[in-house]
Design a protein around this ligand. Structure first.
Ligand SMILES: *[C@@H]1O[C@H](CO)[C@@H](O)[C@H](O)[C@H]1NC(C)=O
Ligand SMILES: *[C@@H]1O[C@H](CO)[C@@H](O)[C@H](O)[C@H]1NC(C)=O
Ligand SMILES: *[C@@H]1O[C@H](CO)[C@@H](O)[C@H](O)[C@H]1NC(C)=O
Ligand SMILES: *[C@@H]1O[C@H](CO)[C@@H](O)[C@H](O)[C@H]1NC(C)=O
Ligand SMILES: *[C@@H]1O[C@H](CO)[C@@H](O)[C@H](O)[C@H]1NC(C)=O
Ligand SMILES: *[C@@H]1O[C@H](CO)[C@@H](O)[C@H](O)[C@H]1NC(C)=O
Ligand SMILES: *[C@@H]1O[C@H](CO)[C@@H](O)[C@H](O)[C@H]1NC(C)=O
Length: 652
């Protein structure tokens, strides 16, 4: 065991401040972080010594313990075995070695009667050497077989589950299991400071460039009406500010310049308030732009996409969030953002559920901006039902305002270019969707629709929106982020400019030339023309029964390999042009990418057949996020969509 002590040198050595930042321990070969902040107390001044001596592991202050809530007024040996087997099944942090000491208490108000001769076998089976009971447990036993029995209170608000206790002080600490971030999906792990903020995880178990992420026991959390997401572990793209922890935005100079943040942004605070458990900050393309591996990722290394041969482009900009959800079974949700495809890109190549909501669905305060015109917060999950639950509870003011699903499917798949293998997967899936909604899809082409119905608006949609996205993102990020960042950095560093990756730097330079205030105003006008058209003569009309008149579907990713070691041209500015992926951005409409299958390819890395995801994008009219989420959940329940596994393959 190593005790991690943070020694802060003070000017006056006599006032040196010694802080206990917790410990890394290993129990039966599994590494755990034991927080420096105690969350409760075991025993009283009178009983502590006896408990400490009985529980103690020779030479080590901390001993493992499990708090068990028993439902009835009697506890049978078989019930105890059932309860502990359930703990083992539900929780990857708990393991039987935590049963060496058991704390038993009654989950009801009535007292619990123990029958020593009945429980003896169970305790011997579980290897329990010490049983501590609350005062509402009766039986007056000193021993049960070889198990010593002591009585002593424990802080009432501690939930059931595994803990570590200091034998010297009786302080109780939460247990976090340490997992290696082998896909470099995280920037850093964080743990709660138990005061509403977080600290960077002060613990590592080293691997190749790999940090540890600490996840608390799942047994501590019980979902409720107020906390529907209780216990779900999530990571967040490192552009969202979290109290107590620095934000990198994928840039080292930015991280060190601004240091630890003093507040958690409202969107992340809301997830925490809904019960979700924040475990770390995740990799992002620098300032949420468009860097591609390998050459563009200069300041940080790009996270690894676990699918296929493991050397495919993880896409971005929510790179770590998408890669982490695809890689780690122990992570439930990951927050990213989508300004121009940054959620949908990673969801597509990693074959997970993830999308953008209607613009404005949740506050983007306290988040590094690309542009308020289309910045949006999204969430990744491996299952459609979990994605739907998180979506419906996270975005405020979301309520059900539909009584039926859309009776029109606008399908653009016939115009999407793809291999025959992908085509078979896509066509088969669209047929199942048609079957589920009981409608035949209508081929849709937004370009020809515009040509027919644009009225007084410019004749060419492609020309009107060719540089719109490039103009507003470079204009806004320069003004809102880069300019103050450069000024603050120069002030601190003798007039120097900070390092910025070639991608964002070239975009900002392009913006200063092309995105004048006048051109920016044009961009906003063009956006508003498109929005009006999309919701009247386009495919984004509202409906009183189904919220969105139609569901628009198209193939998002089609299993084409895109290796991360390809040398690409140097970036020269923002992306230009207008495609289907831009429509939700400009229309402010929700679009989710969902995995529908996988197809084989011959990997030039492994020299074997590997598999890559095929995904579809599902789009609704603006404001119909709730219905879209319900549809995804219902499609999964009906077997039209399937949850995916973590790792190389989507389906085990
Ligand atoms: C328990 O002991 C601590 C220090 O040894 C003391 O500060 C505290 O007042 C005691 N508590 C009670 C209830 O006696
Ligand atoms: C205690 O358990 C033993 C063994 O299961 C049983 O024979 C006995 O009747 C029980 N005693 C009481 C008081 O329930
Ligand atoms: C937090 O930091 C921001 C920006 O540095 C500052 O404006 C604000 O006053 C601080 N808030 C608190 C509560 O300290
Ligand atoms: C839409 O129609 C245009 C011609 O008007 C064509 O160039 C384009 O490929 C079509 N797109 C799709 C997705 O079918
Ligand atoms: C706006 O639309 C006009 C008309 O098509 C076009 O000439 C102009 O380049 C567009 N500007 C921007 C910034 O979108
Ligand atoms: C892989 O290569 C083999 C041999 O060239 C070829 O027969 C096969 O069709 C290829 N498979 C795929 C999925 O491209
Ligand atoms: C449904 O509610 C959303 C807000 O949650 C709103 O934007 C949308 O217009 C509503 N749709 C209908 C058809 O009432």
């Amino acid at each position: 065991m190593s005790r991690i002590l943070l020694f802060l040198a003070a000017a006056d050595p006599a006032k040196a401040d010694l802080v206990d930042s917790g410990s890394v321990v290993s129990l039966d070969g599994i590494p755990y972080y034991v927080g420096g902040v105690s969350v409760g107390q075991l025993g009283t001044n009178e009983t502590r010594d006896a408990i400490g001596q009985a529980g103690m592991v020779p030479g080590i202050d901390l001993f493992p313990i499990t708090i068990i809530d028993t439902p009835g007024t009697e506890l049978q040996g078989l019930d105890l075995l059932d309860i502990t087997a359930q703990y083992d099944k539900e929780d990857d942090v708990f393991q039987p070695a935590f049963l060496k000491t058991i704390y038993l208490r009654s989950a009801t108000t009535s007292s619990l009667m123990l029958n020593g001769s009945d429980l003896e076998g169970a305790f011997s089976n579980l290897g329990t050497s010490l049983l501590i009971t609350s005062e509402d447990v009766s039986g007056d036993l000193k021993t049960i077989g070889n198990t010593r029995v002591l009585m002593g209170p424990i802080s009432a608000d501690l939930p059931k589950g595994p803990y570590f206790v200091s034998s010297a002080t009786g302080n109780v600490f939460k247990v976090h299991r340490l997992y290696g971030d082998d896909y470099l999906a995280f920037i850093q792990g964080v743990v709660s400071d138990e005061k509403g903020g977080y600290t960077s995880l002060p613990a590592v178990t080293e691997n190749v460039m790999t940090k540890s992420i600490a996840v608390p026991s799942r047994l501590y959390y019980t979902p409720s009406e107020e906390q529907p997401l209780a216990g779900l572990r999530f990571g967040v793209k490192d552009i969202y500010h979290v109290k107590g922890v620095g934000t990198s935005g994928g840039n080292r100079a930015y991280y060190y310049l601004y240091g630890a943040r003093n507040a958690t942004c409202p969107s992340i605070q809301r997830l925490i308030d809904l019960g979700a458990v924040l475990v770390g900050k995740m990799g992002t393309v620098q300032f949420a732009n468009g860097d591609k591996p390998t050459a563009d990722w200069v300041d940080f290394h790009a996270p690894f996409n676990p699918r296929g041969d493991g050397y495919q482009n993880p896409s971005g900009s929510s790179t770590g969030s998408g890669a982490g959800i695809a890689a780690y079974e122990w992570l439930d949700l990951a927050v990213g953002s989508d300004t121009g495809g940054s959620m949908r890109g990673p969801a597509g190549v990693q074959g997970v559920f993830g999308g953008r909501p209607s613009t404005g669905a949740i506050s983007m305060d306290g988040v590094i901006p690309l542009s308020p015109v289309s910045d949006s917060a999204g969430i990744f999950a491996r299952s459609g039902s979990l994605w739907a639950k998180a979506t419906q509870s996270w975005y405020p003011d979301m309520k059900s305002n539909y009584t039926s699903y859309p009776k029109i499917i606008h399908s653009a798949v016939s115009g999407n270019v793809m291999s025959a293998a992908a085509r078979a997967v896509v066509d088969d899936w669209v047929a199942k969707l048609e079957d589920f909604l009981q409608v035949t899809s209508t081929p849709a082409n937004f370009t020809t629709q515009w040509e027919k119905t644009h009225g007084d608006a410019p004749a060419s949609l492609g020309d009107m929106l060719y540089e719109t996205y490039g103009v507003y993102i470079t204009h806004d990020q320069w003004a809102l982020l880069a300019k103050p960042f450069f000024a603050d950095y120069a002030a601190r560093h003798g007039g120097r400019q900070p390092f910025v990756n070639p991608g964002p730097l070239s975009r900002w330079q392009w913006g200063q030339v092309h995105a004048t205030d006048e051109v920016y105003a044009q961009a906003l006008r063009n956006i508003s023309i498109f929005q009006n058209w999309w919701e009247t003569d386009g495919f984004g009309r509202h409906d009183t029964e189904s919220c969105s008149e139609s569901l628009y579907v198209w193939a998002w990713s089609t299993g084409e390999p895109s290796y991360r070691n390809a040398y690409l041209e140097a970036p020269t500015g923002p992306p230009l042009g207008f495609t289907d992926s831009n429509i939700p951005i400009i229309a402010g409409a929700p679009e989710v990418v969902v995995p529908i299958g996988e197809i084989p390819y011959n990997s030039t890395v492994t020299m074997q057949t590997e598999y890559l995801p095929v995904t579809m994008a599902l789009r609704m009219a603006r404001g119909c996020d709730y219905m879209l989420a319900s549809l995804v959940s219902d499609l999964e329940e009906a077997g039209v969509l399937r949850s995916v596994a973590a790792g190389s393959r989507l389906y085990n």
